[in-house]
Design a binder for this molecule. Structure first.
Ligand SMILES: NC(=O)c1ccc[n+]([C@@H]2O[C@H](COP(=O)([O-])OP(=O)(O)OC[C@H]3O[C@@H](n4cnc5c(N)ncnc54)[C@H](O)[C@@H]3O)[C@@H](O)[C@H]2O)c1
Ligand SMILES: [Zn+2]
Length: 527
């Protein structure tokens, strides 16, 4: 079950408005396909039609749809013509429950008559022609809702009822964790529905007036407008800087593009940079904030489980270089981190799993209680109940806070415990090429391998090693050595590990669930 709701229908049938009404009632994130296209291309839809042809638009519309197929728990408002392409129809059907918002011609004509924003609408005859041409194309819907004479609110209520969607019932949760580093304390807020709860952020944003928010098109189409509105409520005007999606964007060219915008707008160190995205965005934005005018204000709104539980906390930031990952970086603490577990609902399953590997790591190395909570009901974790997610993110944030406060700059050997599973994991990622094996799965295999070593050395019981393996498997994470990667090749990569000094490597050695120590070994003896 994807939990997605797909709204289709002729132009002006009210898809975007109804999607927003459904959001207001259920908290379900809405994504307008047209808005996504605008963020991906940097152009308004009308502009694309004016400059190019309709077939060109349909091509980019198809690509835009293809980029969101794996999202979950969203309300997708399609364009009126999205359904013309048979493959789009198949994809929409696979994505979730398809609801046709049906409207009669007279009602549509009335709405469209004065609408100058629609590129295909010129006169009555043309509206009629398009209406007739598209008539059979909505027939693949799972449900039809007649919209004539109905308000968007009524329509939304009916859809919620027909789709059996739950209205948001959880009372607001919130937890504020103070992280004391770099001689000051900054808050990590874990709260659901953050975009409509300006009052929680207000005490921490008082001195801010303007800044830049950085995101990518998919996260932007889901959350950017709400984030900008939230900050406007707080008296902060934000300009948007949109990066294409993906790890490859985490580079100095993109940082330079962001510097250019900051310079052009005359921003000072008292203005803020806001990250809205996963670890790629938080890392890049953190690094830019650290270096622009020797440090500007920084707010993270992490949107992946990995970023909420790990990347946005602790101050490590940086970008990749052609020669390797994260080669250029800094330690720079944010002024505020706002984690909303509700945002995690739209993550594709693979991304959610990716973050779960780190959550399992936190439990295994530092908190038996967290590990047991995951073991107790892995099914509900995968179902992503908001309360449970808030607990998990909060627990990880607390653990990372403790470790970072003891060893902010990774100089005292305390922060090294976070590398559990990562010596083998990073080498596996490099051996496999970053595309084939994601970080989470690589770390999962890495943790199993490193715990096996601990068992061989008599440090960890076989039973605790089994518990780790079983939990990872429950979450659909791999635990077996990946096919096609030789241990010899892996040893070559481990030899290049930046943690090796004078032929020795300090590695985390698990002792029991929730406890780990650091051991120094000759690198040759490591694997
Ligand atoms: N600084 C640190 O301490 C630290 C720690 C761990 C990882 N990292 C870095 O983090 C990066 C990986 O982060 P990541 O796994 O978050 O990857 P990511 O930022 O690429 O996000 C993963 C994917 O999820 C999508 N996405 C993000 N939020 C979404 C949402 N709410 N709904 C739907 N889709 C959403 C993104 O568009 C992207 O395609 C790596 O570059 C890694 O080096 C940094
Ligand atoms: Zn990691």
């Amino acid at each position: 079950m994807t939990g997605n709701l797909i709204l289709i229908g002729f132009m002006a049938a009210g898809k975007d408005t109804v999607a927003r009404e459904i959001f207001a009632r259920t908290g379900r994130a809405c994504l307008s396909l047209d808005r996504l296209i605008e963020l991906q291309t940097g152009r308004k839809i009308t502009d694309i039609f004016r400059r190019y042809s309709e077939p060109y638009f349909r091509k980019i519309e198809k690509a835009a749809l293809a980029s969101v197929l794996d999202l979950k728990h969203i309300v997708l408002a399609t364009g009126g013509g999205t359904v013309l392409d048979p493959q789009n129809r198949q994809r929409l059907k696979r994505m979730g429950l398809v609801v046709h918002l049906r409207a009669g011609f007279p009602a549509l004509e009335k709405r469209l008559k004065h609408d100058r924003t629609r590129p295909l609408v010129r006169d009555r005859a043309q509206i009629r022609r398009i209406f007739l041409a598209r008539r059979g194309k909505y027939g693949f819907a799972d449900r039809i809702i007649d919209t004539d004479g109905q308000t968007p609110a009524r329509i939304a209520d009916r859809i919620i009822e027909e789709a059996g969607m739950e209205k948001s019932s959880l009372g607001p949760t919130e937890k504020i964790i103070g992280v004391r580093v770099s001689g000051r304390t900054h808050p990590v807020i874990v709260a659901d529905g953050i975009f409509s709860r300006a009052s929680i952020l207000k005490p921490f944003c008082k001195s801010l007036r303007r800044g830049v928010i950085v995101t990518n098109p998919v996260v932007g189409a889901l959350y950017l407008d709400r984030a900008v509105a939230l900050f406007r409520n707080l008296g902060i005007e934000l300009s948007a800087f949109i990066l294409p999606d993906g790890e490859r964007q985490k580079n100095l060219d993109k940082v330079r593009g962001l510097y250019d915008l900051l310079v052009r707008k005359g921003f000072t160190r008292n203005d803020c940079l806001v990250s809205l995205g996963g670890g790629v965005i938080t890392d890049l934005v953190g690094f830019t904030a650290a270096t622009y005018k020797r440090g500007m204000k920084l707010i993270h709104i992490p949107t992946t489980l990995l970023a909420q539980a790990d990347a946005a906390i602790g101050g490590k930031c940086g970008v990749n270089h052609a020669a390797g990952k994260n080669l250029i970086g800094a330690f720079y603490q944010p002024d505020l981190v706002a984690c909303d577990p509700e945002i995690l609902l739209s993550l594709p399953d693979d991304e959610f799993r990716n973050g779960l590997a780190e959550v399992v790591k936190y439990g295994f190395i530092a908190q038996a209680r967290l590990f047991k909570r995951l073991e107790a009901d892995p099914g509900s974790v995968m179902e992503r109940g908001i309360g449970l997610l808030a607990n998990l993110v909060g627990a990880c944030a607390q653990l990372k806070r403790r470790i970072v406060e003891q060893d902010e700059r990774e100089e005292k050997g305390r922060r090294e415990i976070l590398n559990f599973g990562h010596t083998v994991g990073h080498a596996l990622e490099r051996c496999a090429g970053f595309k084939r094996l994601r970080h989470g799965p690589a770390v999962a295999v890495g943790m199993v391998e490193e715990s096996r070593r601990a068992i061989r050395k008599g440090a960890l019981s076989r039973r605790d090693g089994e518990r780790l393996k079983k939990l990872l498997e429950c979450f659909g994470l791999p635990t077996a050595w990946p096919v096609g990667i030789s241990r010899l090749a892996l040893r070559r990569y481990i030899r290049q590990d930046k943690k090796i000094r004078a032929g020795r490597i300090r590695i985390p050695m698990p002792v029991r669930v929730g406890k780990i120590k650091i051991k120094e070994v000759k690198w040759e003896n490591f694997l």
